[in-house]
Design a protein around this ligand. Structure first.
Ligand code: NAP
Length: 436
């Protein structure tokens, strides 16, 4: 009997694990169980819509999904359509590749006001994720504050200030492109509680802000140190690059551009102010003492109608899983959760690294599975399929996804890669149409 493996979640971490399992040339069946009809996880719903090159990795994932030993069960939710314990009873190994889909809390007063959103919601919204397509963040404001100095903060700031022409070649959800076009937004404030040398931006992403059609990045030169300590090591060299880029920003001329992205370093958010809705954000100026953030007692307020916190993510508790509310990820020992249950990607390590950082997790997981399980004993898909059918679950297979994909591509405006469906009804509606 083949070793049967269910991978919960068809994002990058899941696909790298499937690849690693297949590469070993063992007798194995790999089944993806994915909550949405659409595969690729963060490639589709997290990577910025104007970063199409990054999304091309999905073509490689397609090759994996269409291998004989692999099946894709989309539109199947663990905890709703099948319990985690049931899945464990059906499969020799279950791999959780469920990411870290929830926003971390900022932990300041006023966080619950209308107009304060985590980046998981904001990014999910502009990327057309069905969970967030009805969110309608109010962009009827001249100013937005984005908290955080990581790549997600850059993504959010950049997407919000792009022109319709710049977004035309992206796969941003139609409603988001329209809301951004209609917005009176002129100023985005990027808040870092530490300094430019501690920012987590990667340089390519930072440099993208130089070339925006109608927006200019603004940096206070007084925030920039003269030099980077330890500039010889890799980390130091990366910091030097960012510093050089930021120096370039500080010298830029606004020209005729209407929008600005303001870098506010050494600014720790302390309160969201306003009534029911956000009207501003108060921050305390900071300084660093041996790398630690220390408040100076001086505060300032930025008037804004929207606050997006891009401060990282955490995993969500799946029914039947050990409680992961204490940290950002599923409790595990190098990917092992309990016998037969494994975890990979952000759910294993927390929300760090780029797409390819998930590949080593897949390799480790495949190795562990074949070390722990000598012979396949459980039925896997032979029992899963009738069980889902008995429960009336409308499983979306990979061929079904390809029909959805083709319909999105066919509906694209000139220059855009696709026009995304943003609700389950639209996606499943495609499958009701007769095959041509
Ligand atoms: P991140 O890189 O970990 O950055 C989080 C930022 O939030 C940091 O600047 C952090 O500051 C700040 N922060 C955390 N808690 C805070 C608080 N309570 N108040 C104020 N600031 C706070 O996370 P991310 O931007 O969400 O990105 C996640 C991962 O995805 C990263 O590895 C990123 O590189 C990757 N990613 C890559 C790309 C790309 O390659 N194009 C695009 C998007 C995301 P401290 O440093 O002071 O903690």
């Amino acid at each position: 009997m083949p070793v049967t493996v269910a991978i919960v979640g068809a994002g990058p971490a899941g696909f790298y694990t499937a690849e690693a399992l297949l590469q070993r040339g063992e007798d194995v069946h790999v089944d993806f169980i994915e909550r949405l009809p659409t595969p690729y996880g963060l490639i589709r719903a997290g990577v910025a819509p104007d970063h199409q090159t990054t999304k091309k990795v999905s073509r490689k994932f397609d090759q994996t999904a269409t291998k004989d030993l692999v099946r894709y069960y989309g539109n199947v939710e663990v905890g709703r359509d099948i319990a985690l314990e049931e899945l464990q009873a059906l499969y020799d190994a279950v791999v959780l590749a469920v990411g870290a889909p929830a926003d971390r809390y900022i932990g300041i007063p006023g966080e619950d006001k209308r107009g304060v959103l985590g980046s998981a919601l904001m990014v999910g919204w502009y990327n057309g994720h069905p969970d967030f397509s009805t969110l309608r963040p109010d962009l009827n404001t001249p100013a937005v504050v984005v908290i955080g100095n990581g790549n997600v903060a850059l993504d959010v700031a950049r997407v919000l200030v792009k022109t319709p022409e710049e977004l035309a070649q992206s796969d941003i959800a139609d409603y988001a492109a329209e809301a951004i076009r209609a917005s009176p937004l002129t100023d985005v404030y990027l808040l870092g509680r530490r300094g430019p040398l501690q920012a987590r931006f990667t340089n390519v992403e930072l440099r993208e802000l130089e070339d925006l059609a109608d927006a200019v990045p603004m940096v206070d030169p007084g925030d920039l140190p003269d030099a980077v300590p330890d500039a010889q090591d890799r980390e130091g060299r990366l910091k030097e690059k960012n510093l050089a880029t930021l120096r370039g920003f500080a010298a830029l001329d606004v020209g005729g551009k209407r929008k600005r992205i303001h870098f506010r370093f050494f600014a720790n958010p302390v309160e969201i102010i306003g009534g029911d809705r956000v009207e501003g954000l108060r921050y305390e100026e900071t300084r660093l003492e041996q790398g630690r953030v220390v408040g100076t007692g001086r505060t300032d307020t930025i008037a804004c109608g929207l606050v997006v916190s891009a401060i990282g993510y955490r995993s969500q508790v799946l029914p039947g899983l050990p409680d992961c509310s204490a940290g950002d990820c599923v409790p595990n020992v190098d990917g092992r959760v309990t016998p037969g249950l494994y975890v990979v990607g952000w759910a294993k390590r927390g929300p760090t690294g780029v797409i390819a950082s998930n590949r080593p997790d897949g390799l480790v997981c495949a190795q562990q599975i074949f070390a722990d399980i000598v012979r396949g004993e459980k039925p896997g898909r032979a029992r899963l399929e009738p069980m889902l059918a008995e429960r009336g679950v409308r499983v979306v297979g990979f061929a079904d996804w390809r029909r959805i994909d083709a319909a999105e591509v066919a509906a694209a405006q000139a220059g855009a890669p696709r026009r995304k469906f943003t609700t389950l009804e639209e996606m499943l509606g495609v499958l009701k149409a007769p095959l041509r």
